[in-house]
Design a protein around this ligand. Sequence first.
Ligand code: PEP
Ligand code: MG
Length: 588
Amino acid sequence: MTESIKKAIDKRFLRGIAASPGIVTGKACVFRDILLLVETRHLEQCSAEKEIIRLHQAVHQVVDELIEDNFKTSKKAQTNAAGIFLTHIAILRDPYFISGITQDIRENGVNAESALMRQVDQFSRAFRKMDDTYLRERGTDLRDIARRVIKKLMPQERSGISADDKVIIVSSELTPSDTVRLDRDKVLGFVTESGGKESHAAILARSFGIPAVLGLEGLLSKVSGGNTLIVDGNTGIVIINPSAEVIEHYQDLQSRYESCQLDLQRLADLPSETLDGRKIHLWANIGGPGDLEYALRFGAHGIGLFRTEMPFLIWRRFLSEEEQFFLYTKVVNEASGKEVTIRTLDFGGDKYFEDGKSQKEKNPFLGYRSIRIFLRKKNIFKQQLRAILRASAFGPVKLLFPMVTTIEEVKQIKVIFEATKRELRKEGVSFSENIPLGVMIEVPSAAILADQIAGEVDFFSIGTNDLIQYTLAVDRDNDLVNHLYEPLNPAVLRLIQHVIRVGKDTGKTVTLCGEMAGTPTYIPFLVGMGVTDLSMNPPALLEARKTIRDMDFAAWEVTAETVCSLASLEIIKEYVERERSMTGLRAS
Ligand code: PEP
Ligand code: MG
């Protein structure tokens, strides 16, 4: 880098957490939920009728759009979610719903946006009190509808990505629900003020192959919509309104990065085997059918983790058994005979629908999360199990349960699973009788009890993202403590080592599916510890394969044994880095 480029960058750069690799240059689009921008305005007396006409026009435009969306979705048949659009149309055509808004405008002289929001809040409150789960969740539909209508009413505030150009999303934070709902084809990159490297939003960015930098202090006060940004997801640097010289420099870096990726792509069909012949299975983590293409193109052995909560976050509601069956079957069919490990719903923590926010817990990651929810909400759990079991008739499926902390939970899960199978048998519905059952080892208690849990299950999947956060008491989503989130911490390593040993002694496969699995810095070390199965976001598969093909298992086995006996994090890090440079593996 020349001195003049350095000087030009110095003036306008921000440094954050490099959360997803790659380099992009593009225009900033500031992302905020348009519902938060609605203000109440009091109208002049004679303008109520004009306001009502404005509302009707906006509603008509939205209904037309919904009819079009419904048509496109049914044609693409990507999900049978087209029905949602019909529900939305029915709500907008409901005279009772609309007359409440017009009455508010007339009687209280408020603007249409505000009257609409008041009506949505009132309906949502009424829905929340209902016994029926389906009706309780209609509040989410109402807010989706309101978003569409308000975008028509406040076109100058259009939020999200509505422009045709591809943009870089700038936001204070992105929840997993925001992230999965963004149109991937229109997003060049993400930059946010908060968020950790292992937050679900960061994981999603990596699996979409979209560069991201998080934890950028003061971002929103420095960037406005339309500014040009360079996002360097490899180093965590963001440059605001760069000069032509700087843009050229980064375009050069970007094309070099892309040509490296192309070289790696050539390895996709080669065996993932160490220099001394140890075979390692590389699996993909996916969030839905859309990720499958990448997974297969990058040479995944199969799907090691299907995070089934993602489609629910996209639609911001629970999906029916039929909708789930459709999704799971689509993945199983398109995996063409490769094993698909389907994990049951892992809500809670940072993954919730909008409705969940209103009952936010003090410590959501330690609270009502994952299997804890579904061992209480047994009917919803059974619905998912039925859909997965039915999909298993179409190809090899493994079933994985998240966030297990005790052996009693595993036993309860199995009772429900067996009861669900009995139900299906009785109904004459076909499914595979031999689905392997596994649990995520992501809570320290489960790791410590792995030898006992092994007697109850067929396989383990170590979720290091949560295992690290729970072992070290570091919120994976909080940039204030991100520096303490340390995968090589000796306590974490000992837990992983223990689980691998239990797997070996009991003959149960141990897959590692946290982000550590796809990080080239850790891969040789994990393989040296005895991990044979690594599951990662699809774009990480290429470099993982190269790392494995370049390493010597026997040498790293000795290193791993030594490192796991060390107590100091600093010494462990030095040791691992020294071994990497001595064995010629380049640092990621
Ligand atoms: C993990 O915790 O490592 C994991 C894979 O699950 P998630 O990231 O979905 O919590
Ligand atoms: Mg987890």
